[in-house]
Design a protein around this ligand. Structure first.
Ligand code: RIB
Length: 292
C-alpha cells in the first residue's frame, strides 16, 4: 500500500451557484448555497485515500465548528489525523466559491492554514521520512514549502509540488522537487517570459502542465508528450486538479510508469468533475480501474 504524506490546507468551501457572475457593484440573485469540505491539501489527502493509499495529513484547523467538520471528514475518508491540530482562537480556512458559466472562481481565506509553519512540520518528520511520496500545494506559507522541499531532499523522499494557487517559486525549491504540476496559468507565472515548450524541455519528467480536459503535457527526455484527458460531461470542476495530483502520486508511489501514472491521474480527475463539490466526485479505486 502506497504511503503518502499530504502537507497543506484544510478548509470549508462556501459554494454559491448562479447563472452568471455579478458585475462590480452589482447584486444578483443566486440559485443555491452549500458548504462542503475543501482546501487543496485536504482534497488531495481524501482523493489519495479513496484511491487506496495510506494517507497522513499534516495541517491546521480552527477551533470552530468548521474545524470539527474538517476533522470528521478526514476520519470518514480514512485519512490519518495525528498531525491535524486546532489553533486556539483562530478560524478554519474557508474558500468562497462561485460556480457560474461552467466554471468556478475562488477566494481563499487562509486563517488556520497560515499556522502550517516550518516548526509545525517538524513534528511530522518521522512520518515524512517513512513516506513513499510527499504532496504539497501553496495555500500554506511559502517558507513551509521551501522547508519541506529541503526535508524531502535530505531524506530522499520524492516531493510532488502542486504550485496552486499561483505564486513565483524559488529556484532552490524547484531543484528540490521531483514533480511539479502547474496548470497553464500557473506555468505562465512560474516560467514567465519563457516559451513553455522550452520550460518543459529544461525539466524532463519533472514538470507536468495540466491543460484541463485536454490532458497533461510533459517532456519525456526525447520528445514532448500530451497524455490526453478523458472526455466527460462536467458538473463541477472544483477539485479536479487535486484529484489529478493525488492520483498521480498514488500511481507513482505504486511504481507505475510515467505514462501509466498520468493516464490513471487523468481518468481519476475526469470522474471527479461529474459530481458537485471538490470531494463529491472523487472516485474510489475500483471506479478508476473500471475505466482503465
Ligand atoms: O482546488 C480546489 C480547492 O481550492 C477548493 O476545494 C477550495 O478549497 C480551494 O482552496
Amino acid at each position: 500500500m502506497a504511503k503518502i504524506t499530504v502537507i497543506g490546507s484544510s478548509s470549508i468551501d462556501l459554494v454559491v451557484t448562479a447563472s452568471r457572475r455579478p458585475e462590480k457593484g452589482e447584486t444578483i440573485i443566486g440559485e443555491s448555497f452549500k458548504t462542503v469540505p475543501g482546501g487543496k491539501g485536504a482534497n488531495q489527502a481524501v482523493a489519495a485515500a479513496r484511491l487506496g493509499a495510506e494517507v497522513y495529513m499534516v495541517g491546521c484547523i480552527g477551533d470552530d465548528v468548521f474545524g470539527k467538520e474538517i476533522l470528521d471528514n478526514f476520519r470518514k475518508n480514512n485519512v490519518h489525523t495525528d498531525y491535524v491540530e486546532p489553533v486556539t482562537g483562530v478560524e478554519s480556512g474557508t474558500a468562497h466559491i462561485t460556480l457560474a458559466e461552467g466554471d468556478n472562481s475562488i477566494i481563499v481565506v487562509q486563517a488556520a492554514n497560515q499556522y502550517v509553519t516550518p516548526d509545525y512540520i517538524d513534528k511530522a518528520l518521522n512520518t515524512i521520512q517513512a513516506s513513499d511520496i510527499v504532496l504539497i500545494q501553496q495555500e500554506i506559507p511559502e517558507d513551509t514549502v521551501e522547508h519541506v522541499s529541503e526535508i524531502c531532499k535530505m531524506y530522499g523522499v520524492p516531493l510532488l509540488l502542486n504550485p496552486a494557487p499561483a505564486r513565483p517559486i524559488r529556484k532552490k525549491v524547484i531543484e528540490n522537487t521531483a514533480y511539479l504540476t502547474p496548470n497553464e496559468l500557473e506555468a505562465s507565472i512560474l516560467f514567465e517570459g519563457e516559451d513553455f515548450h522550452d520550460a518543459l524541455k529544461r525539466y524532463p519528467n519533472k514538470v507536468f502542465i495540466t491543460e484541463g480536459k485536454n490532458g497533461v503535457r510533459y517532456f519525456d527526455g526525447g520528445q514532448e508528450v500530451l497524455v490526453p484527458g478523458n472526455p466527460v460531461t462536467a458538473v463541477d470542476t472544483t477539485g479536479a486538479g487535486d484529484t489529478f495530483n493525488a492520483a498521480f502520486a498514488v500511481a507513482l508511489a505504486e511504481g507505475k510508469s510515467m505514462k501509466e501514472s498520468l493516464r490513471f491521474a487523468n481518468l481519476a480527475a475526469s470522474l471527479s468533475v461529474t459530481k458537485f463539490g471538490a470531494q463529491g466526485g472523487m472516485p474510489l479505486r475500483n471506479e478508476v480501474e473500471e475505466l482503465l
